[in-house]
Ligand binder design. Structure first.
Ligand code: ZN
Length: 395
């Protein structure tokens, strides 16, 4: 019996192709699970989905999981599982038992699992390796192609403190916490082989309209990090949770409020035309209706929300859309994460504790890696193309 408490935090998949670290996620229904988009490339496996089932093929052998039922069919035999395969936000999650027991048992000649090291060793014999695609020197052990770059934008800074951080300790304000989280996210991404450009690394103000310019043609994704807050009114301090935005016209009054609050920073910025962002913003929003990056941005936002559930103790407030100035200038897929509420004591504690900050950053980094893997597959495994929008002007 595999108990959730005994599940490792990370499973290593070690093979002649390299070593991949697959984070173990805890699904509220299924227990410890591994994300198929992360696991399968490491096994050179593929998956297909049907109504109520998911089939994974490893080394020519078919494993048919029944979704939401803890059963697995292999070679016409049905095995009971401790937890079921599930789909959460379009991502297939497989019970960890697949790696710890099923593969070593059914493909004993190829797989060995060491529970002490939480390591699955894939000893693919030479003949199998010869038929498999040659190891690509441009690919990282986690399956990603080398050379991805993500721009991280720590919200606010310098004379713009962001929100006052009502429940933050030690006089910390939003700009301090966004910087902490952004620096940790930078480290987590680099550890995963993803290049990072920061809009700021110190307590300094960068014009909202220039931040997107840090995400150039080589940049895969622009990620702006913020902390939400609510004005004082009855029950305001009870609201907590995390939400991720992509740029489009606001659909709800609350989304519009958050965008207005984040766009406020424009008043700290010197130039004459900065007082009236409205007209320009509307124009850019219309332009972006045709923008192919919207779908990518929405998908990245979904994955961030999905992965943050592991590290965040507050509710998942979902993917939202609104007109953020900072996102209008990024000519690549762009998202803005409101990581929690400084006006809620529990969120404030989560956002300022070092261990929980690290967990949040690691989850966001995992989500970004998932997004990049998905994007690579969508464009046919080829190098990620830096499609630019015609008529791009920056600054
Ligand atoms: Zn903010």
């Amino acid at each position: 019996m595999l108990l959730a408490a005994l599940a490792p935090l990370v499973v290593l998949v070690s093979s002649a192709r390299g070593e991949a670290r697959i984070p173990v996620r805890l699904d509220p229904v299924s227990g410890p699970v591994l994300s198929a988009p992360q696991l399968l490339p490491a096994l050179e496996a593929r998956a297909s989905m049907g109504a109520g089932w998911a089939e994974v093929v490893v080394a020519g052998k078919s494993f048919r999981f029944y979704l939401d039922a803890a059963l697995l069919a292999v070679d016409g035999e049905v095995y009971p599982l401790v937890g079921s395969a599930v789909v959460r936000r379009d991502t297939l999650l497989l019970p960890i038992q697949f790696v710890t027991e099923i593969l070593p048992r059914t493909l004993a000649g190829r797989f060995r699992y060491d529970a002490r090291l939480a390591r699955l060793t894939d000893g693919a014999p030479a003949v199998v390796a010869a038929r498999a695609p040659a190891r690509d020197p441009n690919r990282l052990p986690n399956g990603l192609r080398k050379g991805h770059v993500v721009t991280i934008d720590a919200g606010h800074g310098g004379v713009d403190p962001g929100n006052p951080g009502l429940y933050f300790p030690d006089g910390l304000r939003e700009k301090d916490v966004t910087l902490d989280l952004s620096l940790l996210l930078r480290d987590e991404l680099r550890r995963r082989g993803v290049g990072v450009v920061m809009t700021r690394q110190t307590d300094t103000l960068i014009d909202l309209r220039q931040r997107g310019g840090y995400c150039t043609a080589e940049c895969d994704l622009f990620v702006s990090i913020h902390v939400n807050s609510l004005p004082r009114r009855a029950g305001f301090s009870r609201i907590r949770g995390f939400e991720t935005y992509f740029l489009a016209e606001a659909k709800t009054e609350d989304a519009a409020r958050v965008a207005r609050m984040e766009n406020e920073a424009i008043r700290f910025e010197g130039s004459e035309d900065s007082a009236e962002p409205g007209g320009g913003l509307e124009f850019i929003l219309k332009d972006l209706q045709l923008n192919e990056h919207l779908r990518e941005s929405a998908r990245a936002a979904e994955l961030v929300q999905s992965y943050l559930q592991e590290a965040h103790t507050g509710p998942d407030l979902g993917v939202k859309q609104a007109g953020f100035m900072v996102l209008t200038t990024a000519r690549r897929p762009a998202i803005l994460i409101e990581t929690g509420f400084s006006t809620n004591a529990e969120d404030a504690k989560l956002l300022t504790g070092h261990a929980s900050q690290k967990n949040l950053a690691a989850s966001i980094a995992d989500a970004i890696v998932s997004y990049l893997l998905e994007y690579e597959r969508k464009v046919g495994q080829g190098p990620v193309s830096a499609t630019s929008i015609t008529g791009t002007t920056r600054q």
